[in-house]
Design a protein. Structure first.
Length: 276
């Protein structure tokens, strides 16, 4: 039977990120994907100025109430960028109304990068996001978000495997079953991910790396997370799903650079969808 997911992210009219990434990737993986937008932006907030932003908080409860009458079963609930910390309460209500014990709760915190919160995110978000992560099966923070969720200082470029292992175990203590930390790098030539599951025989994360490209690639966290969830919904175990997601994200960046596309519009993940 076809899998069904509910993706709860913002919608940017221009720039590959959030719902404009999640929906096509999950659809290409054969997943019937419903969406609830948390905010509407004219563009994403990286490298663009003058963008518009409409907080859709007043629509979340009515949409949730209506969907709850339809009797739908969601195999996965996939949350990403939220318009504010206050929206977390509404997302928790969605979980209660729209999900059941078989729904995989997949949370991309999506509120910070490079040591700081996104421009429209208020200071309450880390504490509120911890509440959502506590309900998750899998969380996929980047390094900045991992530090902020644990109320730790951002380590910058000065950290080692011991620190990342400590972060992974700390994030599991929030109650998640699986943690994937992205944007992990121990050398200028490589970047990758750290993976740790509560069910793991070892208490240390596994690391996967690929070559690092010069530049800032907007939306790649959303691309990676969407590819990873696609793999899980296709029945792949966590590590193979994460490794394929890393490969496909890497290849998406390669396509973008090869064709000389402006980086602020995101990476060409469309080129690799046939590999799902």
């Amino acid at each position: 039977m076809q899998k069904r997911a509910l993706a709860v992210h913002d919608l940017s009219c221009v720039g590959r990120c959030s719902l404009t990434v999640a929906l096509p990737i999950l659809a290409a993986a054969g997943v019937n994907t419903a969406v609830i937008p948390t905010a509407l932006l004219s563009t994403h907030t990286g490298e663009f100025t003058g963008y518009t932003h409409l907080d859709l908080s007043d629509q979340l409860s009515p949409i949730t109430a209506h969907l709850a009458t339809l009797g739908l079963h969601f195999d996965a609930f996939y949350s990403g960028y939220l318009a504010s910390g206050a929206q977390v309460e509404q997302i928790l209500s969605m979980l209660d109304q729209l999900c059941d014990s078989e729904t995989h709760i997949f949370v991309d915190p999506a509120f910070a990068d490079h040591g700081r919160r996104y421009s429209l995110i208020d200071e309450s978000m880390p504490a509120q996001m911890r509440r959502l992560c506590a309900r998750a099966n899998t969380i996929v923070p980047n390094l900045t978000e991992a530090a902020f969720l644990l109320d730790r200082p951002y380590p910058g470029e000065h950290y080692d495997r011991t620190l990342i292992g400590d972060y992974c175990r700390g994030l599991l203590d929030l109650s998640a079953e699986n943690v994937i930390i992205t944007d992990v790098s121990f050398s200028p030539e490589e970047t990758g991910i750290a993976i740790l599951s509560r069910s793991s025989q070892q208490n240390e994360p596994e690391f996967l790396f690929r070559s690092k490209f010069d530049g800032v690639f907007h939306g790649t966290g959303d691309v990676f997370a969407s590819f990873a969830l696609a793999g899980l919904l296709q029945g792949m175990p966590l590590k193979p799903a994460a490794e394929r997601a890393l490969d496909l994200t890497h290849e998406s960046i390669e396509w973008t650079l090869r064709e000389g596309q402006p980086l602020r519009y995101g990476v060409q993940f469309e080129r690799v969808l046939k590999k799902l």
